[in-house]
Design a protein around this ligand. Sequence first.
Ligand SMILES: [Zn+2]
Length: 228
Amino acid sequence: MINIFYKNPVCIICSRKKHKSSAHIIENRLCICTDCYKRLPRVPIPSKGTIHTKYILSPFYYTGDLRNSVLRYKFMGNWAYSAIFARLLVEFIRNIEDVCTADMVIAVPISRQRLNERGFDQTELILDCMKKELPLNYKSGVLERKVHTKHQSRLAGYERFSNISNAFAVRSDVRGKKIVVFDDVYTTGYTMEACAKTLIEGGAREVIALTLAKVPELYDDTGARYIL
Ligand SMILES: [Zn+2]
């Protein structure tokens, strides 16, 4: 018997097979269905910047089904989700002038050890997919991760920033440049701040943080500047 649903795409949020007509974004065998798309936890306004970033741009909060989807992407090998996440990000940044006029867009680099554990670089992969959708100056190798840091989640409070603050080095000429730094999720903000600090100290003019999602509780009332 032929299963007529065989070729229908699977929604990366609710994991259900959906008919193409009820999918908002389709990429190969994956989609975001219209229902899930409507319910995505959208961030109403960009977060204030930090000491070294102009602002934190994240289209979504890192909660609920979206969070589970990101976890399946990062830790369960669902690397093909990158194409859908890239489409969502492009929808979001397409009309943000500061991003579209940036001199370069780079990813927060992961360490070689983490790359070996995971098998792929989840942030770089999303940027790779964005290239096909929106022509910006995507660059790799601008920042290098010098040392393998401990998992941030195993450390608390101030330890997290000291763990990461000197982990990066600039490997290209960034002087006078406006740079968008992309990471998948904004949690403590320490990794992003460490990248931004390294770039600014290397002569970059401005750093804009872009992430697919951000943890809601810590930042909305206080602003990211407060935690640093
Ligand atoms: Zn869905």
